[in-house]
Design a protein around this ligand. Structure first.
Ligand code: AMP
Length: 410
C-alpha cells in the first residue's frame, strides 16, 4: 500500500517522498484512515514502529484541508521532555512544506521562550503534562478550538505518576474532541484511563501486546555485579561497537558507569533527570553524531529516544518493572533493522528475569562469557563450573530459546 492510497494531502505526499518514506508502516496503514475518519483510537504501538507519523500526518492533513486559523488544533501529550522534543521535531519534519506551526512546551526550562513561540502562532502543541497544566491554569493558552488530543506513551505517563495532572488537564479541554491513545504496554491502570477518555475507540495493535519487538536478539549473561562495567567496556571495545545505549536503574549508577567506561577508554556519557536539559541535549547530540560511543541512561531519560539504526542496547541491571524491559530493548531493532539487546544479570536479579520471562511468555538461557564467569554458580551457590552442552549450543545458535519454558535452567 502507498501513502497516496491513505488519502493524504498531496503536499504531505510530496514531503514523504522527499523523506524517502516508500510505504506506510503497519501502524500508519491502520491508524491513519481511522484518525482521518475522526474516530477515537486506542493503539498498542511502541517507539520505532512509525507511530508518531500515524497521528501527526492526519493532524497536518486536516489543517491543510481547511483555511488555516491561528488556533491550537492538535495537542500531543508526552511523558518526557526528550519525547516532546522528538515528537516536535517530527511535526516540523512532516510539516516542512506547509504553514502549519508546532510549538513544544516542557518543564525544567524557562517558560518565556515557549510563550513567545506560542504567541507567534501554534497549530500543534506538543507538551509534557506539568508545563501544559501551568499554561492552562494561568490562562496562557486558548484550547477552546482543540480538535484532537493525543496521549503518546500513556503507559509511561501513568508510571511517572501523571494521572492527577492528566485529569486536571482534561477538565480544561473541550468535551467534544477526538482522542488518540498510544501505549506500548497495557495493564489495568492503562485500560481504566483509556476507558475514561475514549468514545467507541477503534482498537489497533501492530505488535502483540506486552511483547518485545521482533528482530531483536536478546542475550542474557550471568555475571558478578562487580564485573559488569568491565564486561561492558570489554564487549564494546573488542566488538568495536560504535553506538551503544546502556541502561542503569539509578542516576548515580549511570554516572558511575560512564566514569568507569571513560577510564577504560570508551567515550561514554550519562543522561538522566538530574542533568540540565542543555547537558542532556548535548550528550544526545554527541551520541547521535558519533562523538560519544556509549550513552548511559536511566529509564525515564531514555524513554522514547529516537536514534536511527541503534544496533545495541545493554541492560547494566534489569529493571524492577518488567514492562520497562520491553521499552528498553525497543530502542534497538528500530524501523525494521536487526538489533541486539544484552542483559547482565547477577544472582540477586534472577527474580527480575523471571518476571520478564513471565511477561514475554518466553524462557531465556543465561550464558557465561569466557573470562567473566560468575564466581558462584548462580543457580546453586556452588563454585562455578563450565557451561553445559545445552547452554553452549544455545549460545552458538544465538541465545534466547523462545518458547514456553523449555530448557529452563535456573
Ligand atoms: P517513531 O516510531 O514514530 O518514533 O518512528 C521511528 C522512525 O521511523 C523515525 O526515525 C521515523 O522517521 C521513521 N519512519 C516513520 N515512518 C516511516 C516510514 N513510513 N518509512 C520509513 N521510515 C519511517
Amino acid at each position: 500500500m502507498s501513502f497516496s492510497a491513505l488519502g493524504l494531502h498531496p503536499t504531505l505526499l510530496a514531503t514523504l517522498e522527499s523523506l524517502q518514506y516508500q510505504q506506510p508502516t503497519d501502524i500508519q496503514r491502520e491508524a491513519i484512515p481511522e484518525v482521518l475518519a475522526n474516530h477515537d483510537v486506542m493503539a498498542g504501538a511502541q517507539t520505532g514502529t512509525g507511530k508518531t507519523a500515524s497521528f501527526v500526518l492526519p493532524l497536518i492533513h486536516r489543517l491543510l484541508s481547511a483555511p488555516l486559523e491561528n488556533q491550537i488544533h492538535g495537542l500531543i501529550l508526552t511523558p518526557t521532555r526528550e519525547l516532546a522534543q522528538q515528537v516536535h521535531q517530527s511535526v516540523l519534519r512532516y510539516a516542512q512544506d506547509t504553514e502549519v506551526k508546532s510549538v513544544v512546551a516542557y518543564g525544567g526550562a524557562s517558560i518565556n521562550p515557549q510563550l513567545s513561540a506560542l504567541q507567534a502562532g501554534c497549530h500543534i502543541l506538543v507538551a509534557t503534562p506539568g508545563r501544559l497544566l501551568e499554561l492552562l491554569m494561568k490562562g496562557l493558552i486558548d484550547v477552546s478550538q482543540l480538535h484532537t488530543l493525543v496521549l503518546d506513551e500513556a503507559d509511561r505517563m501513568l508510571d511517572m505518576g501523571f494521572i492527577i495532572d492528566i485529569q486536571r488537564i482534561l477538565k480544561k479541554l473541550p468535551n467534544e474532541k477526538q482522542t488518540l491513545f498510544f501505549s506500548a504496554t497495557f495493564n489495568d491502570e492503562v485500560f481504566t484511563l483509556s476507558k475514561s477518555l475514549l468514545r467507541q475507540p477503534k482498537l489497533i495493535e501492530v505488535s502483540q501486546r506486552n511483547t518485545r519487538v521482533d528482530k531483536i536478539e536478546q542475550r542474557i549473561y550471568s555475571l558478578d555485579k562487580d564485573k559488569k562495567s568491565a564486561f561492558i567496556s570489554y564487549l564494546i571495545g573488542s566488538k568495536n561497537w560504535q553506538q551503544v545505549l546502556i541502561f542503569t536503574r539509578t542516576k548515580q549508577g549511570a554516572d558511575e558507569l560512564a566514569k568507569e567506561m571513560l577510564k577504560d577508554g570508551i567515550k561514554a556519557q550519562a543522561i538522566h533527570g538530574d542533568k540540565s536539559q542543555g547537558a542532556r541535549d548535548k550528550a544526545l547530540q554527541a551520541f547521535k553524531n558519533g562523538e560519544v560511543r556509549a550513552l548511559v541512561a536511566t529509564d525515564v531519560a531514555a524513554r522514547g529516544l529516537d536514534i536511527e539504526a541503534l544496533g545495541y542496547v545493554i541492560n547494566h541491571e534489569l529493571p524492577y518493572n518488567a514492562e520497562d524491559y520491553i521499552h528498553r530493548i525497543g530502542r534497538t531493532g528500530r524501523a525494521g533493522e536487526a538489533g541486539l539487546a544484552i542483559s547482565l544479570v547477577c544472582e540477586k536479579e534472577r527474580y527480575l528475569l523471571t518476571d520478564i520471562e513471565k511477561l514475554l511468555d518466553e524462557s531465556f538461557i543465561c550464558q557465561w562469557y569466557p573470562g567473566f564467569e560468575p564466581r558462584q554458580d548462580q543457580q546453586t551457590g556452588k563454585p562455578s563450573r563450565a557451561p553445559s552442552k545445552k547452554t553452549l549450543r544455545a549460545k552458538a545458535l544465538g541465545q534466547s530459546r523462545g518458547n514456553k519454558h523449555k530448557n529452563r535452567r535456573r
